[in-house]
Design a binder for this molecule. Sequence first.
Ligand SMILES: Nc1ncnc2c1ncn2[C@@H]1O[C@H](COP(=O)(O)OP(=O)(O)OP(=O)(O)O)[C@@H](O)[C@H]1O
Length: 541
Amino acid sequence: MENTKLSSALFAGTHFDRKRFAADFARFRKGPALPSAATPSAPSPEKKRKRKSGKAKAKKNKKRAQDAAAAASSDFVEGFSVFKGLADNNAELRSEKVDMRKDDDSVAVRRRKEIEREFERAAVLRKRFDIHIAGQNAPAPLESFEELISRYGCDSYLVGNLSKLGFQEPTPIQRQAMPILLSGRECFACAPTGSGKTLAFLFPLLMKIKPGSKGGVKAVILCPTRELAAQTVRECKKLVKGRKYYIKLMTKELSKSGNFKDMHCDILVSTPLRLDHAVKKRDLDLSSVEYLVLDESDKLFELGFVEVVDSVVEACSNPSIIRSLFSATLPDSIETLARTIMHDAIRVIVGRKNSASSLIKQKLIFAGTERGKLLTLRQNFQESLNPPVLIFVQSKERAKELYKELAFDDIRVDVIHADLSEQQRQDAVDNLRAGKTWVLIATEVIARGMDFKGVASVINYDFPESAAAYIHRIGRSGRAGRSGEAITFFTEEDKPFLRNIANVLVSSGCEVPSWIMALPKLKRKKHRVDRDPISYLPDEV
Ligand SMILES: Nc1ncnc2c1ncn2[C@@H]1O[C@H](COP(=O)(O)OP(=O)(O)OP(=O)(O)O)[C@@H](O)[C@H]1O
């Protein structure tokens, strides 16, 4: 250092005769020796031949260029710029450098072309799968699940489990969201209902987390309902069959009396309230969490949830945490809010933002009044009842009323709402899945995320309170590539909000009568109507 400063002061602005001062020059030289400037040696024909041979040549010369650059610091290091003139004294050295630069250039050009090709390949894949991204340097989408092994070093047993589960090809959201998370980037992901978002966020976690590692919870997945949390745990366990991951569901008991100090847990799935309770009252430490997923994120950012979610986000205090948000609907306002907690996140949208799955045939039916709705439903079931069917109503009271009515009709019907115990709710879900129940009457508790394979039909008995609620409700059918049907009853009271829902139908290619499209747009996002009772049957029926 001292030498450098000293020499730069000494030689500044001086013409340096490299031959004459060869001995002094050697004293200041730091890197490995170059062929001596005083006695330059011409490159041998053998060396020249080697330099011409393809890739090896480029590599070798690149290395030589680097070595030479280091060695001939006299030419490039500040303070020794005076040596630049010396190159003129050494034509061979100069031509060698030109050669190297050419090679360097061709390496750079090749690299640039490679990058351009990768870029094009990514763009073609995104176009083909209707993937839209926003954000810097998004990694290319996957062409196949095998790329998880070749590009990201995934254990082949995990990919093997995918094929055992019958997953041959990644869905569009999986193609793009998985590489984003695997590259350590945060993401907002918005893709239609039933399009495989669960696997898109679970798989990268499973790849990144060492199973059974000590040192606290490694990943937290927040879901808005217990049913969805339980379903996510089940899906996760299926994916890791054959390996000992600790995957835990935050049950009521665990939240209230868990011994979190001694708990082995790689992945914890919970609703926000239970997790927050465990953090605040049972000292659950979330500071080692590396991945935080907010599933059905727009719901989690709604009033009533957002403060608790905020508190959980704060408890996950690891500075290098990777957060991701997944939903079929992502309103701009929620995205803006969520961005405040994300770092350089990439946004991925599959298809059109906030739209329904195109696999669902949607219909709007005018039923006039509450009595008219019950008549239409009965008529519908008399004509054809193609189970399993889900019927959504707006409150638990109405769910109970409709249950009483349909139980009369010799239909295998069940009901699910927030007044039931955890076990009763789980049984209702399991019975529909097992085919024991044909018709399940539900409130919003199962409107989001629940995966019922083969739900043939969703009936919105009560008009949904928002376009997002509509998209999630009808998304219980038409999942994983299957077709489905959605029927929505409306009455006079629902007419002002009809246009908002009709827009969703139109954007997914369904027909809507022109008079509905001529209705004025409603600015209000929510629609809640006080309705006449469904049933006048006494309680004991
Ligand atoms: N690559 C795949 N190939 C075939 N089926 C898949 C694939 N990935 C997921 N699935 C199946 O698709 C169904 C829907 O997946 P998932 O529940 O993750 O949808 P989602 O996008 O989260 O829907 P929602 O918005 O309603 O929560 C599941 O039954 C799942 O097993």
